[in-house]
Write a protein that binds this ligand. Structure first.
Ligand code: M6R
Length: 590
């Protein structure tokens, strides 16, 4: 969601900015723009739609060695060129990620001082405010210090000032920003992969810190004082930006799932979290991470006998705070930057509740906010639709539930060993599932307008993920229902040929869901079952057979075909699979 790139150095800036913007595409955006210094003048180019539209307007060979770029995911105002970043006011040109919450009051103040506005954005107001303060202070460092006290909300800003033609400024609060460094120049970016072709060495800008960046020096300031910061080195390499021969990042990432399971099993002994002292667990998360939490709930409650509440983070943060002591709040997030999940965890912490993060991106805001963190080892995920990271979340949470069940003597050593053995077989089984032919099944459903997913117990949680995967990338309306709820309303939507995808891994609930399937079948539904249990042939039209599993490994097995099916359906519908419309990979605003 919005991406920032900036460069000052010895190389020509425009190719670096365009390359950086392309690398940030995965975050989700609907317009893009750059501003660069040429002959001591700031030039701007903006465009709506894809980066390729911007690229057509830009002459990359321009003699410019400093500039900033931005991908915008519209919040205040439509995706138009006027609203696209950078915004230029007076001596200031800036790009912004986040939301300035008090922009209306600030706009009034600026209007009263004679500023006029060309866009509907909160960002242009921030630019005017910085210009106003700069005209008093005549010093950017002092200006940004003051600005940190004036702006409310979340922001990462990359700034050019007309009077400092050799310096790029950066400041942040809550939205992430890194400062990269190499022998040929220095950079700012929303994440390291955006500059990975230039450098892996970076500094993490902390809230309210100011970076003053020149061709061969970087200075950091906090509360008016210069500070030293530790250099970090990114562990990944440029291959994270490469599809490695796959048609889409989503497909590549699904094929990485076998390695992800292997890596998670290897990391398991190092998990630093015994949960025995907690009477209750609350899981806060969004989207697929919320669905992973629901899978975990079923395992924790059934085997570790600990009550688990799973709450959508955006609901948790505004609900009355009733969390009791002896509760552990677990935040699950791939990006580690999801604004609602971060806010929910902060709320828990402020109220003296222990927090644990299950996070994929190292040193992300959530990873640094929580008391303890367990990193999922999915590696960087580029496709907006999460696949391997969701799988890593489910595997990690399942292993935690298993280990708690064992620590509490709810399962024997023998049972524990058998389940762990099953986990070790998962990579081979997942590979087998990935290699099945989903295209034929996709052909039967890709022209439908509505598809229903059914499940009971843990299978309902899995159905929810299957339905999200399909709808977010194929734009087919898909809904998941707890199968027992159907007759309370939804069954009236079933018509002849309506596809119903039914997940059945829980043998205890098998008979129940088979009856529900028969009910919709009798009303004309076309039933696809995803199962590793024996079910009567007359209760379905088509079956995806899952390899044998146990309650801890079944969720992983069941979700893979649903991810692949979503992919194949979206492919047949010619959708932009890696970058679905309106969506962002990292949802940094609420
Ligand atoms: O980065 P997070 O795991 O916190 O993101 C949560 C959701 O935004 C994310 O899972 C979203 O639902 C995905 N698009 C689903 O594929």
């Amino acid at each position: 969601m919005c991406g920032i790139i900036g460069y000052v150095g010895k190389k020509k800036a425009l190719p670096i900015l365009i390359e950086g913007l392309k690398a940030l595409e995965y975050r989700g955006y609907d317009s893009a723009g750059i501003a660069y210094l040429k002959n001591n003048t700031i030039e701007m180019v903006k465009s709506i739609g894809r980066i390729s539209n911007l690229e057509e307007k830009v002459i990359e060979t321009e003699d410019s060695y400093m500039g900033i770029g931005h991908t915008r995911w519209a919040t205040h105002g439509k995706p138009t060129e006027n609203n696209a970043h950078p915004h230029h006011v007076g001596k200031i040109t800036l790009v912004h990620n986040g939301i300035i919450e008090n922009y209306k009051e600030l706009k009034e103040e600026c209007l009263a001082k004679g500023y006029t506005f060309q866009s509907d954005t909160d960002t242009e107001v921030a630019a005017a405010m910085i210009d106003m303060v700069y005209r008093e202070e005549k010093d950017m460092q002092k200006t940004l210090q003051k600005i940190n006290k004036i702006l409310e909300g979340s922001y990462a800003l990359g700034i050019l000032c007309e009077d400092d033609t050799d310096t790029l400024y950066a400041v942040r609060k809550d939205s992430p920003l890194i400062v990269g460094t190499s022998t040929t120049g220095n950079y700012i970016a929303s994440d390291v992969p955006a500059i990975i072709k230039e450098t892996k060495v970076y500094y993490l800008l902390e809230p309210n810190e100011i970076a003053e960046i020149k061709e061969s020096e970087i200075h950091f300031y906090k509360e008016g004082k210069e500070i030293e910061k530790e250099k970090k080195e990114y562990e990944g390499d440029a291959s994270v930006r490469d599809k490695m021969g796959y048609a889409h990042f989503m497909l590549k990432e699904m094929h990485e799932e076998t390695d992800v399971i292997q890596n998670t099993l290897q990391a398991f002994p190092t998990f630093d979290a015994s949960l025995t002292s907690y009477k209750k667990i609350q899981i806060v998360s969004c989207g697929s991470a919320f669905h992973a939490g629901l899978v975990a709930k079923s395992l924790f409650e059934k085997y570790a006998k600990v009550p688990v509440e799973v709450t959508i983070a955006s609901e948790y943060r505004y609900a009355p705070f009733l969390t009791e002591k002896n509760t552990l709040v677990i935040g699950v997030s791939q990006s580690g930057e999801t604004a609602d999940t971060l806010a929910a965890l902060k709320l828990a912490k402020e109220n003296g509740i222990d927090t644990l993060g299950i996070v994929n991106v190292k040193e992300s805001s959530i990873a640094r906010e929580v008391d303890k963190v367990i990193y999922t080892v999915a590696g960087p995920e580029i496709a907006v639709a999460t696949t391997k990271a969701y799988l890593a979340q489910v595997t990690t949470l399942s292993l935690l539930a298993l280990s708690l069940a064992y620590e509490k003597d709810n399962i024997t050593k023998e049972e524990y060993d058998t389940i762990m053995h099953d986990f070790s077989l998962l990579p081979t089984k997942v590979k087998e599932l990935l290699n099945k032919n989903y295209k034929e099944i996709a052909e039967k459903i890709y022209q439908k307008e509505d598809i229903f997913y059914l499940g009971r117990g843990v299978d309902y949680a899995l159905a929810m993920e299957g339905s999200l995967k399909l709808k977010e990338i194929s734009y087919i309306h898909a809904e998941a229902y707890a199968a027992g709820e159907l007759k309370h309303g939804t069954i009236s939507l079933i018509e002849k040929g309506t596809p119903v995808i039914s997940v059945i891994t829980d043998t205890n609930l098998k008979e129940k869901i088979v009856s529900n399937n028969k009910e919709v079948h009798a009303r004309g539904a076309y039933i696809l079952v995803i199962t590793n249990t024996d079910i009567p042939e007359e209760s379905y039209d088509l079956k995806i057979e899952l390899p044998e599993g146990n309650p801890f490994t079944n969720p992983v097995l069941a979700v893979v075909p649903m991810q692949m099916l979503g992919y194949e359906v979206a492919l047949l519908r010619k959708c932009d699979i890696d970058k679905p419309k309106n969506l962002a990979k990292s949802v940094t605003v609420e």
